[in-house]
Each structure stands twice: as structure tokens, then as C-alpha cells.
Design a protein around this ligand. Sequence first.
Ligand SMILES: Cc1cc2nc3c(=O)[nH]c(=O)nc-3n(C[C@H](O)[C@H](O)[C@H](O)COP(=O)(O)OP(=O)(O)OC[C@H]3O[C@@H](n4cnc5c(N)ncnc54)[C@H](O)[C@@H]3O)c2cc1C
Length: 386
Amino acid sequence: MDYSWTPEQDELYAGILRFARENLNATTLERDRTRRFGEEEWKKCAGFGLAGLCIPRESGGLGLDCLSTARALEALGRGCSDGGLGFSLSAHLFACAVPVHLHGSPDQKERYLARLASGEWIGANAITESEAGSDAFALKARARKEGDGYVISGEKSFVTNAPVARLFLVYASTAPENGFLGISAFLVERDTPGLKAGRPMETTGLTTSPISSLYLDDCRVPASALLGREGAGGSIFKDSMGWERSCLFAFWLGALERQLEETVDHAKSRRQFGHPIGSNQAVSHRIADMKLRLEAARLLLYRACWERAAGHPSELAASLAKLAVSEAFVASSLDAVQIFGGSGVMQEIGIERYLRDALPGTIYSGTSEMQRELIARALGLPPRRP
Ligand SMILES: Cc1cc2nc3c(=O)[nH]c(=O)nc-3n(C[C@H](O)[C@H](O)[C@H](O)COP(=O)(O)OP(=O)(O)OC[C@H]3O[C@@H](n4cnc5c(N)ncnc54)[C@H](O)[C@@H]3O)c2cc1C
């Protein structure tokens, strides 16, 4: 087994880390407080190629494989203190641009991919509904065939990037009687009549990542808006979740590394009772546990990405990675707050932001409970009877 990175991967990591530290952190605190999306920072990331990491070069991306993409996002997460920006960028890439790249027709790729990869257009995906969360394929949105196109109606909740996106990957049923196999995916442009984003929601954490409901009211799209074939929406969505669960969480690995560095520094420099607080075992063992969680989660994530890059992605590896990183982030953020004491809960210090950014991670891309369900099924445990 070889754990080394290539010189190109090392160079990519160092370059992104430097870029992020120098360009992305100046206004994080102010934008976190005012819940403002970093348009300028988005443009800088896009200019650096981060909006199209794994999109082929001929379509304007960097053409990285899954493992290198994860390494790049890890560098971004380590260098960039704006978790919302990293989340918006990753949702755009894995839940919109990647499906267009993998399932788009030549015309769809021509129209959308370069715009998405360059970050000129921001992408979003909309599957969740008020009655279809973990049970996403129970969605009620409908797309009926009419003339030479489709008419889509439905309401979507929690659509990351909806307030700023130009392109929406919308899932709706074209054949409700077929359940999962009746779901289709559509590429819907923002200015399509009948499509409307709701007012931005106020989340715990990820405050700079705009999110809202999406309303589709007799929204008419041409037949060319269908992504893949009719009925392929369920598998397109599952595939995009595989990418998200493997790769998106690399950003949080980087954040965990930054958090650990800050916590170690603090435990060495902060003195109480005449000694560094880190000389107390109660503190140093918490830090040892933070390191253990980070390294264990990192190996699971690299494994999932390696499998995908090698052409045999597994749902099991992706679920293990997602579960490990997201839960490590919550647990280690609680440890960091405790070790920083009073300053740990002061917004201007930035430690409590880790905890706020960590909380949604055990919910989006499939909750922790659903990942455990998937892991249990992969081990052959029987599903619950209806
Ligand atoms: C920050 C954020 C960003 C998001 N971005 C998007 C987006 O861009 N696009 C999009 O479409 N959606 C998005 N979502 C929605 C997200 O995918 C859903 O919130 C998630 O799938 C959970 O659905 P729910 O919130 O309805 O919870 P529910 O499904 O109602 O779950 C509530 C609780 O019940 C548990 N539960 C449910 N079913 C089972 C079961 N069978 N076994 C055990 N436990 C179970 C869950 O694990 C959870 O603890 C986002 C969510 C968040 C928080």
C-alpha cells in the first residue's frame, strides 16, 4: 500500500492552501454575522479553477480525478475559514456540474459545463421536499409531458445556492406509478417562467451559503432540459450523492486540520495555575482524540475517493467516509470549544463557528442515521419490513 501523493498533487495542495490563506479570509467574520454570500471570494475561487476541479479540461475544468479533487478541497478547507463558501462551491460542483458532465447530452454540455466550471454560473440541486427528506424518492413534484417539452410543478426545500444559482438540477416524477424508476432529472435555468426561489433561510452554521425553497409553478421546459433519459433521475441523484459523500467532506477534513492546529497552539500557549493548559491530561487527551478522529476519517475518505478514481466506487465506502468526517467534525468542534474556554464561544475568535458549521453536516447528503442504514444493508442486515 502506497500512501504518498504525486509531486503534482503536492503542488496542487500547497498552491490552493496558499491561495486560500491569502485571499479568502479577510471578511469571513463580518459575512458570517451578516449572513452574506462571498461573491468576490466565489469569483476568486472560480478564477483559481475551484468551481470545476473534476470537470474535464476540454469543458473548462481542471480535469482532476476524484482523489486529487478531494485533496484540492482538503487544502481549501484548511486554508479558508469560510465554511459556507466551501459548502456552496462543493454543492455546485458535485450535485450540479458533475451530473451534467456525466449524464449530459453534447448540447447540454456545450451550453452549461464551461459556464459551471468557470463559476460564471452557479449550480444547485433540488430534490428534497417538505414530505420527502430522508425518503427523497417519495417526492411529489411532477413533470408531465406536454407538446415538445415538460411542465414541472412542485415545491422543493433546503436548496443550497438557490438564491444565487443560475442553473437548477430539479428532480420530478414523470411516472409516479414507477416510484424510483419514474423519477427524472431536469436542467432548469433561473429565468424560466414559473420557477421562483424563496426567501433565504437562516441556518445554524454555513451562514454564508445561501439556501432557500424553490417553487415550480407550471414551469415549462423544452424536451432538451431532460438530463439523461426519462426515469434515470433516481440513479443520477444516487450517483451525485456518491460524489458528495466521498469528496465534499474533504473540505471539512481540511477544516478539522486547521482546528487541530489552532487548538494545539492554544493548549501550548494558554497558561493557568502556572502551566500550559495542554500539560493537563484532561486537555491533552481531548487533543489526542481530535487527532485520532481526523486521521481515521481521512483514511476512510481517501479510500472512498481512491475507489471512485479507480473506477469501482462503492456506496459503502462513501457512507463510511461521510459518516466519519461529519461526526468527527461535531465531536472535535465540541472539544475545541471546551479547550478554548470562554474564548471558545466568542464569535470573533472563530472556534464556535466550527461547531455551527459542523452541525448541518450530519444531516445534508443523507443523515447519519441513513448512512448507518446503508452500511447495515451493505453488511447484509435485513431491511425493515413495510
Ligand atoms: C445545510 C443543508 C443543505 C441542504 N442542501 C440541500 C440541497 O442543496 N438540495 C436538496 O435537495 N436538499 C438539501 N438539503 C436537505 C437534506 O438533504 C435533508 O435535510 C436530509 O436529507 C434530511 O431530510 P429531513 O431534513 O427532511 O429530515 P427527516 O428525513 O425528516 O429526518 C428526521 C430524522 O429522522 C431520521 N430518520 C428518517 N428516516 C429514518 C430511517 N429510515 N431510519 C432511521 N432514522 C430515520 C433522520 O435520520 C433524522 O434524524 C440540505 C439540508 C441542509 C441541512
